[in-house]
Design a protein around this ligand. Structure first.
Ligand code: 5GP
Length: 134
């Protein structure tokens, strides 16, 4: 069965898209640790990050870096952290999390955002991503 993230890539489940390439997709986490919390995924459905072939893993990191720099340029924060967990969704995803305090990295404190806030954030990050990839 297709993962929830494959359904997002295929447009069967809506998402707040941030960036997309032929191989990768980035979108806002629906239950964010902080405003701008973004997930970067390969469209190819693989469960664990260490099972990606090395070249695809490296390209995912390059894509994630570009998205992180875009987030950092428009979301006020001390830095953008990165973590890979995967205990909930068995489809590789890199969490990019704007950090102001350690709690933002813990997945225990969450922020609630309205649809309009998600839309505004995804649009801001998308604009920055596209501007840096001209
Ligand atoms: P993990 O698998 O790394 O433990 O966590 C999965 C992450 O995916 C969580 O942060 C969760 O909020 C996010 N997530 C789960 N389902 C959806 C969804 O349908 N849409 C979006 N945008 N994020 C999701």
């Amino acid at each position: 069965m297709a993962s929830i993230f494959t359904k997002i890539v295929n447009g069967e489940i809506p998402s707040y898209k941030v960036a997309e390439t032929e191989e990768f997709y980035a979108f806002l986490d629906i239950n964010p640790n902080a405003e701008g919390h973004t997930l970067c995924i390969p469209k190819k459905e693989v469960d664990k990050i260490w099972d990606l072939d090395e070249a695809l893993y490296n390209r995912l990191m390059t894509f994630s870096r570009k998205v992180a720099l875009a987030i950092e340029s428009v979301v006020p924060c001390k830095r953008v952290g990165m973590s890979v967990i995967g205990l909930e969704v068995p489809h590789v995803h890199v969490h990019l999390i704007p950090l102001n305090k350690m709690a933002d990295a813990t997945f225990q404190s969450k922020v609630t955002l309205e649809k309009e806030a998600f839309e505004a954030l995804s649009q801001k990050i998308t604009r920055a991503y596209l501007a840096s990839n001209k």
